[in-house]
Design a protein around this ligand. Structure first.
Ligand SMILES: NC(=O)c1ccc[n+]([C@@H]2O[C@H](COP(=O)([O-])OP(=O)(O)OC[C@H]3O[C@@H](n4cnc5c(N)ncnc54)[C@H](OP(=O)(O)O)[C@@H]3O)[C@@H](O)[C@H]2O)c1
Length: 287
């Protein structure tokens, strides 16, 4: 029977570790959360971070800026947060409005406060296998696999998607010469020819493409582990809205060895990883 890899117990275990560290070292971590504009998905994620902070007893200072904010003003806010001794971690919600150079702004965040792992220095350290903050969703997949003892060592891992926040860092993490990694990794993208030729070879298939229920049973190997990062809005025949992944869960259920649900899979682990990074940032500063 196909195992359903729910994110809740993984998030709980990560949150328990964060609570223990806070308690053991008497920490008072503080996150500066910056939202630019009013993108509904971003607002939903930001609200869930604030709620989770309240549950963990962690202060989250949320700053909402209009999408007309000037790049210089946003840069000034980031630099002030870097210099603010009360702030342990900075989380800049993306996407940023098109008039802002996202790469430039992301590069301004102090690498020590970059709890979302978007600074080029942190991204580079994934390749050199040095301790660093890793993009939260990529790390959420790793933590979920660890929790369910899905060892990529010697397995063929196929990742769909090559974004800077999910596909690429995840590929580098699963490729590392370390316990819990050592996968043989293939990364596919929108220009990959004959995608199915790659997906049917995957022992572990990770989908992060943002395409509603794109991966069907015909595209997977029997008894593959399927990890669905996608979160896509879907309107049901009755007009109501639901969220589904990049994998057609119902279609793949009988063929897969294990599958993450959407919602309730990787997404629920991501916020726990963000707070875990915040606690680590606070610990590094205080201890
Ligand atoms: N669970 C979470 O916590 C979490 C966090 C972040 C994102 N997400 C979700 O994860 C999904 C991906 O997010 P993202 O930020 O990585 O998206 P993104 O920046 O839009 O990147 C999508 C990637 O998928 C590739 N792609 C698109 N269509 C494809 C196709 N038909 N076949 C193969 N590859 C294809 C693109 O290829 P090209 O590079 O060639 O364009 C690109 O590399 C979205 O649904 C997003 O909502 C979830």
């Amino acid at each position: 029977m196909t195992q359903i890899l729910t994110g809740k117990p993984v998030a709980q275990a990560i949150n328990d570790q964060s609570r223990e560290l806070i308690h053991a070292h008497d920490l008072t971590p503080m996150m500066k959360l910056i939202l630019v504009g009013n993108d509904p998905a971003s607002m939903y994620y930001v609200n869930s971070i604030v709620k989770q902070g309240t549950k963990l007893g962690i202060q989250v200072e949320c700053l909402t800026l209009a999408d007309t904010v000037m790049q210089d003003e946003l840069a000034g806010i980031i630099i002030d947060a870097n210099n603010d001794l009360q702030v342990d971690g900075i989380m800049l919600q993306r996407p940023l409005p098109s008039g802002i150079n996202a790469r430039y702004i992301e590069g301004l965040i102090s690498p020590e406060k970059d709890i979302d792992g978007i600074h080029p220095l942190n991204l580079g350290k994934i390749i050199t296998e040095e301790p660093c903050f890793v993009p939260c969703t990529a790390m959420a997949v790793v933590r979920l696999m660890e929790f369910y003892q899905i060892d990529p060592a010697g397995k063929h891992v196929v990742i769909l998607g090559r974004s800077t926040v999910v596909g690429k860092p995840l590929a580098m993490l699963l490729l590392q010469k370390q316990n819990g990694s050592n996968g043989t990794v293939t990364v596919c993208h929108s220009r990959t020819a004959d995608l199915i030729r790659h997906t049917v070879q995957a022992d572990i298939l990770i989908a992060a493409i943002g395409k509603t229920e794109y991966v069907s049973a015909a595209m997977i190997k029997k008894d593959a582990v399927l990890i669905d990062v996608g979160i896509n809005k879907k309107t049901k025949p009755d007009g109501s809205v639901t969220y589904v992944g990049d994998i057609d869960c119902n279609d793949c259920l009988d063929s897969a060895l294990a599958i993450t649900p959407v919602p309730g899979g990787v997404g629920s682990v991501t916020t726990a990883v963000l707070f875990s990074n915040l606690v680590q940032a606070c610990l590094s500063r205080c201890v």
